[in-house]
Design a protein around this ligand. Structure first.
Ligand code: ADP
Ligand code: ASP
Ligand code: MG
Length: 438
């Protein structure tokens, strides 16, 4: 069985939903993971913001405006009066949930917010399923809230997911298409929760691993992983093959086409992931697997919003235990470190979560002089970079010869070399890497 995931743009209109139907109907049984229609989750975030700011009228206006966008979709998607009626009921029921939260007198908390955010995927999946059923397809819904669960560390509870997705598939035996919601889940306390923005890719990978799929396909609006960020650099090209490790590095360091966490479940279960384009289904896309193009630099990505912290002590290398003390501070504040560089006198690290920055800086000051650089970007160059492949480091460094580089990191894996530059230099750095490497 294959697992196919379609992102927001791929289900962004009635026309696009019909295109998805064409792509998935080949007589083979499959699980189809859908995102909310594009723009919907952003609107749901806005609605929640109104409620956090105790502005229920603003929220109700935004809810009604979003709902109004759905009725023309129902009208265009479905044909018979009966199905149109069903479609309208699907939409109304979901938006009634939003209205009831907005008019509640209870305090608005993250629990209600998560219920609000879940309504986008619940709506899109119900509409696409209604369309397929109207077309005579043996399609049914596989409610993600009945099997997708995270544990007390907010990690997927794979045992629970495996057992319950199988149970659902057995109970609904004999369907061709099983439609399920990306992004949404239940947490350890059984509350409605989600896998973070963009998390439908993660849902697909988790489900693929749970059912031991033959392949996981991520269908989006571009023909695979490009060798640089197509939003910033012109003339980028799709990469045909990536190793799981390469794809994971690119996703983590900013290639938006894949959610950062999405590669791991597929990699652990050794299930190939194919990135494909709904707008150009014939394009080859990218195949992520255990194969890689040897001795080649594959792609570049950039991660924004990075803060660099330097701790300079007297003599770091002789002072054993220094690094442990520094890392313990980050651990205490549950802040993960992305990049590290060391010297005899100190250490530089980068973080992207600045929630506890002040506390961290105060705690670090007991070990030395602390300096901070904000608005930085990690540029990550990915490929088969075993250190025996002489020359690639020189090539990559040379590509950035005109740009001030704050940190360089290589050797953590055979698959990447990373640079820290100022946000102002991001575009030039990406362009220069494309020009010199590809
Ligand atoms: P979806 O809604 O289908 O999940 P996303 O918007 O999350 O789609 O991801 C697809 C987008 O990722 C593309 O439209 C593209 O602009 C962006 N992107 C960023 N970096 C890359 C890259 N290296 N290769 C391909 N797409 C990328
Ligand atoms: N709808 C969610 C979002 O916009 C999840 C996803 O699209 O992957 O973040
Ligand atoms: Mg996405």
């Amino acid at each position: 069985m294959k697992v196919l995931k379609f992102g927001g743009t791929s289900v962004g209109s009635a026309q696009r939903m019909k295109e998805v139907a064409k792509l998935i109907l080949d007589g083979e049984q499959k699980i189809v993971v859908l995102s909310a229609m594009s723009g919907t989750t952003n609107s749901l975030v806005e609605i929640s913001d109104y409620l956090y700011k105790r502005n229920p009228d603003g929220a109700i206006d935004a809810i009604n405006a979003l709902e109004a966008k759905y009725y023309p979709v129902v009208e265009e998607l479905l044909s018979t009066a009966e199905s149109k009626e069903l479609g309208k009921t699907i939409v109304k029921e979901r938006f009634d949930v939003l209205r009831s939260i907005a008019s509640s007198t209870k305090p608005f908390t993250s629990f209600e917010e998560k219920v609000i955010l879940a309504q986008g995927e619940l709506t899109s999946t119900a509409l696409v399923n209604a369309y397929l059923v109207e077309q005579g397809v043996k399609s049914c819904l596989l409610p993600a809230l009945d099997f997708m669960k995270t544990d007390k560390n907010a990690e997927p509870d794979m045992n629970y997911i495996r057992t319950n997705v199988k149970k659902q598939l057995e109970e609904k035996n004999g369907y061709e298409i099983y439609i399920t919601q990306g992004f949404i889940c239940r947490n350890h306390y059984d509350e409605i929760d989600n896998l973070q923005r963009g998390g439908s890719d993660y849902s697909a990978s988790i489900i693929g691993a749970a059912v031991v799929a033959d392949e996981i396909q991520i269908w989006t609006d571009i023909d695979g992983m490009h060798n640089n960020d197509p939003r910033i650099v012109e003339g980028t090209k799709p990469v045909a093959n990536l190793h799981f490790e390469e794809a994971a590095e690119l996703a983590y360091f900013g290639a938006k086409i894949l959610h950062p966490t999405c590669v791991l479940p597929a990699k652990q279960a050794n299930i190939p992931v194919r990135l494909l384009n709904t707008m150009d289904p014939q394009a080859k896309g990218t195949l992520i697997s255990t194969k890689c193009n040897q001795k080649s630099i594959q792609a570049v990505a950039a991660k924004d919003g990075i803060t660099a912290i330097k701790i300079k002590s007297g003599r770091m290398l002789l002072a054993h235990g220094f690094l442990r003390k520094v890392f313990e501070i980050f651990e205490l504040y549950k802040t993960s470190i992305d990049m590290i560089t060391t010297s005899e006198v100190g250490v530089s690290v980068t973080i992207d979560n600045t929630k506890h920055l002040d506390e961290i800086l105060n705690a670090l000051r007991q070990y030395g002089t602390v300096t901070v650089d904000k608005d930085m970007v990690i540029i990550c160059v990915v490929g088969d970079m075993d250190y025996h492949n002489i020359g690639f480091q020189a090539k990559v460094v040379n590509a950035l010869k005109d740009i001030p580089v704050r940190m360089i990191s290589y050797g953590g894996s055979n698959y990447n070399v990373s640079f820290l530059v100022s946000a102002n230099d991001k575009k030039t750095a990406l362009q220069s890497l494309s020009k010199n490497l590809f």
